[in-house]
Design a protein around this ligand. Structure first.
Ligand code: CP
Ligand code: NVA
Length: 339
């Protein structure tokens, strides 16, 4: 397996074997880090991280991962560069591609990361666009593999805004790796029909299944994993909160859904999550909407505090795995094969 020079913008571009290779490499790097075995395979190289949106996990995962591999890192935040304001994406790609050995991009338009990838001449990694969040899926799947020892045949339920970057990417990843994927959401929040059809085609080859339902108890029945994400994603206007709470408050992950899943089911979330009033936005939303929608009281939105803090929750292991998997993506796309 040699992925040297490849971009990582969507899992649609990768075969099941390539994705499994990245997961195996992540496990190896995680073990090495635990055992304090140095893996500075990319000494002397440099990468740049372009962020049009905020981040905690993705930025830190790229920075720590790059430093562990021996590389230098530059961070350019939402207001720190000329990109998109005085300079086009195409020009930015050609400038940075001459200075750096790899580029991470987090932003709005998926076409922007595609354009960077086309013109940079060095590997470009998608750290989240409005459409996809592929590095997150590797961390999620590594976490599931660690829990259940396998991915093929796992029953996976995504509940919430199923047409956002997470819903789309989890459906693609599941189709590629033979996972039984169910999206639970009101119909108007299902992924685009063309993507569903495409994933169903992939699933025919891998043994995966793709289902969609509006019924939360049907969709979480005897499942292995219940996964949710924020109801309003970065870049969406504030005034969609009301409509989204109306659509999704009944789909909040609570104890009744966890009890409806398998006994040893786990809860996952890409984070950040709203499960209390100890955040600015959580507090505001609770104050504004709890009278009309009692479920969002105490700032609990997509998941209750009880579930995310329970022994079934794997969210922090999942967050740690961002770093090991992103490190694997950088190593695999910047060098020759590592088994
Ligand atoms: N899950 C995730 O991408 O988190 P950040 O927004 O903190 O990077
Ligand atoms: N759907 C979320 C994912 C955050 C990691 C967002 O785009 O804000």
């Amino acid at each position: 397996m040699n992925l040297k020079g490849r971009n990582f913008v969507t899992l649609l571009d990768f075969t099941p074997e390539e994705i499994n290779y990245l997961l195996n490499l992540s496990e190896k790097l995680k073990n090495e880090k635990r055992e304090r075995v140095s893996h500075r395979h990319l000494e002397g190289k440099n990468i740049v991280l372009l962020f049009q949106k905020d981040s905690t996990r993705t930025r830190c995962a790229f920075e720590v991962g790059a430093m562990d591999l021996g590389m230098g890192v530059t961070y350019l935040g939402p207001s720190g560069s000329q990109m998109g304001k005085k300079e086009s994406i195409k020009d930015t790609a050609r400038v940075l591609g001459r200075m750096y050995d790899g580029i991470q991009f987090r932003g709005y338009l998926h076409t922007d990361v595609e354009q960077l990838a086309e013109y940079a001449g060095v590997p470009v990694w998608n750290g989240l666009t409005d459409m996809y969040h592929p590095t997150q899926i590797l961390a999620d799947f590594l976490t599931i593999k660690e829990e259940f020892g396998k991915l093929k045949g796992i029953k996976f339920t995504y509940i919430g805004d199923a047409r956002n970057n997470m819903g789309n990417s989890l459906m693609i990843g599941s189709a590629k790796l033979g996972i039984h994927f169910t999206a639970v959401a009101p119909k108007e929040l299902w992924p685009e029909q063309s993507l569903i059809d495409h994933c169903k085609e992939i699933a025919k080859e891998t043994g995966a299944t793709i289902s969609l339902t509006e019924d939360k108890f049907e969709g979480t029945h005897e499942t292995d994993v219940i996964y949710t994400d924020v109801w309003v994603s970065m870049g969406e206007p504030k005034d969609v909160w009301h409509a989204r709470i109306k659509q999704l408050s009944d789909y909040q992950v609570d104890d009744s859904l966890m009890k409806n899943a398998k006994k040893d089911a786990i809860f996952m979330h890409c984070l950040p999550a709203f499960h209390g009033i100890d955040t600015e936005v959580g507090m505001q939303i609770a104050n504004e909407f709890q009278h009309e929608y009692p479920r969002v009281k105490n700032g609990e939105m997509e998941v209750t505090d009880e579930v995310i803090e329970s022994s079934q929750s794997r969210v922090f292991q999942e967050a740690e795995n961002r770093m090991h998997t992103i490190k694997a993506v950088m190593l695999a796309t910047m060098s020759d094969s590592y088994e």
